[in-house]
Design a protein around this ligand. Structure first.
Ligand code: MG
Length: 157
């Protein structure tokens, strides 16, 4: 069995849609980024690639490469999960925590969970998506950005 860890954070800025786990979240700002800024998808990519020691999101899908300008990060997640399977691993489970004081994410957790599980090709029971607040502390507490932490477990197949 292999364990991988992923982290990402993006700044909240005006004039962008807020996309997390491939889901559009209603809010007056969105995540800055070369791609769609989906910090959850990027952290899942880092976790699954990390578990297989296959690099990370930034090395596989570099910012500045026109192929990834405005990219749908869930498509990149699908590519990352394909790479992991090609390396003879199967995905056991992922556990995700999004950190944001604003916007409230509780109403969107089920949609994000379904989207991440579907993109990874795993059962819903093997995919967890949670949200936490930092109660005013730090950049997430000031609603300057959103962070995501993910662990993934792979089995050698
Ligand atoms: Mg990122």
């Amino acid at each position: 069995m292999r364990i991988g860890f992923g982290f990402d954070a993006h700044r909240l800025v005006a004039g962008r849609p807020l996309i997390l786990g491939g889901c559009r979240i209603p809010y007056d700002r969105g995540l800055e980024g070369y791609s769609d800024g989906d910090a959850l998808a990027h952290a899942v990519i880092d976790a699954v690639l990390g578990a297989a020691a296959l690099g990370d999101c930034g090395s596989r899908f570099p910012a500045g490469d026109p192929r990834y300008a405005g990219a749908d990060s869930m498509k990149l997640l699908r590519q990352a999960s394909d790479l992991v399977r090609q390396a003879h691993f199967s995905l056991n489970n992922v556990d995700c925590t999004i950190v944001a004081d604003q916007p409230a994410l509780a109403a969107h957790l089920a949609s994000m969970r379904t989207a991440v599980a579907k993109t990874l090709g795993i059962d819903l029971a093997r995919c967890s998506v949670k949200a936490k607040r930092t109660e005013g502390l730090g950049f997430t507490g000031r609603s300057e950005g959103v962070a995501a932490y993910v662990i993934a477990a792979l089995d050698e197949s």
